[in-house]
Ligand binder design. Structure first.
Ligand code: FE
Length: 345
């Protein structure tokens, strides 16, 4: 049975090979920056290559799930080779700040490029892109005249007609956290309960699956992030066919606005290449990088002066809520408790 130790060795060697560039980098290496990214490699790699071309700074990229990267940063502590963390959702960025894995930086460039409400007041995290979580509906089965607010989705006319993913996902946690911030915990709980009552099925799958379920007639309404619909429209085949049946409705336009969230980044607490890390963040907020990043992800640019993709522009303009994004983190555990209580599984 010699294949066993051998395959173990091969795997160990592969693991070493993967981690080598980071382990091997010296703390003061002037032409490197080490990036932990929770975003898909193909959605960021071309930008990193551009950065290297412009600055001569090599980017060592480690991708992983948001939770595993956060855990890894905590675990590595001051020995972490990481300089920059990129992840989605303000609640996670806030959590990263609270657990001490980020550090405050100051950059006039970042302060200029990123609107104030999309960055941490203390400079520990910065928004890189913007996503909205509106109401999506089937164009043939729902009259948008019947839609108005998130709150109105609890009306009995939507009974058995709503699809939304489970409460273990941060997107819905942040949606409820935003509702706690604007309408109070009691109202948020009543809302969550009303949504559960109107669900067409037990939550399952991701945002794309809710959109597909609307097209398949499982439900008529979904709550999902815009970029999923944008990416489906940008694709081909079945996904595109599905997405073309779906309309975007911007809720709460007469009061608090539609729920928005960010993807973002911060410089890590023990960054060995701190200056390079700041340069990378600055680069990622440049006009050119923003245009590419937003287009590739079908997200809204974080900068006001960069236009959204044509697909997103097709969804129409909207008013977004303007709550302080750290509240999504502060209210996260209460949101989770509420969703547990009302059995939003
Ligand atoms: Fe997502």
């Amino acid at each position: 049975m010699s294949f066993r130790p051998l395959s173990w060795l091969v795997m160990a060697a592969a693991a070493v090979a993967v981690s080598m560039p980071l382990v091997g980098c010296s703390p003061a290496d002037e032409d490197e920056v080490n990036l932990y990214s929770a975003r898909q490699e193909n959605l960021i790699q071309p930008l990193l290559e551009q950065f290297t071309e412009e600055t001569g700074i090599q980017v060592n990229l480690v991708t992983g799930s948001a939770d595993s990267l956060l855990q890894r940063l905590r675990h590595e502590g001051r020995n972490s080779p990481a300089d920059v963390l990129i992840t989605a959702d303000a609640a996670r960025l806030h959590q990263a700040k609270q657990t001490g894995v980020l550090q405050a930086i100051e950059s006039d460039v970042l302060n200029e490029n990123i609107p104030e409400r999309y960055r941490d007041p203390e400079g520990e995290w910065y928004g890189l892109s913007l996503r909205a979580r509106p109401i999506l509906y089937h164009k043939d089965r729902v009259d948008p005249e019947d839609l108005s607010t998130y709150g109105a989705l609890t009306d009995e006319k939507w009974e058995d007609r709503i699809c939304v993913r489970s409460s273990d996902n941060v997107y819905n946690q942040s949606l409820v956290a935003a509702m706690i911030a604007t309408e109070g915990a009691e109202a948020a709980e009543a809302w969550a309960e009303g949504i559960v009552n109107n669900m067409a099925r037990r939550p399952q799958g991701g945002d794309r699956d809710q959109i597909r379920a609307v097209a398949d007639g499982v439900c008529d309404i979904a709550i999902a992030n815009t970029y999923y619909l944008g990416l489906m429209l940008d694709g081909d085949g079945r996904d595109r066919e599905v997405a073309e049946q779906i309309g975007v409705f911007w809720p709460n336009q007469d009061d608090r606005g539609t729920h928005v969230n960010i993807s973002g980044a911060g410089v890590t607490a023990h960054a060995p290449n701190r200056e390079n890390a700041i340069r990378l963040l600055e680069f990622l907020t440049s006009q050119e990088a923003q245009q590419w990043y937003a287009e590739a992800n079908q997200e809204y640019p974080i900068r006001d002066d960069v236009p959204a993709s044509e697909i997103l522009q097709g969804f129409g303009e909207f008013e977004s809520d303007d709550i302080e994004l750290h509240l999504l983190g502060d209210n996260n555990s209460e949101a989770v408790r509420i969703m547990d209580r009302v059995r939003w599984r």
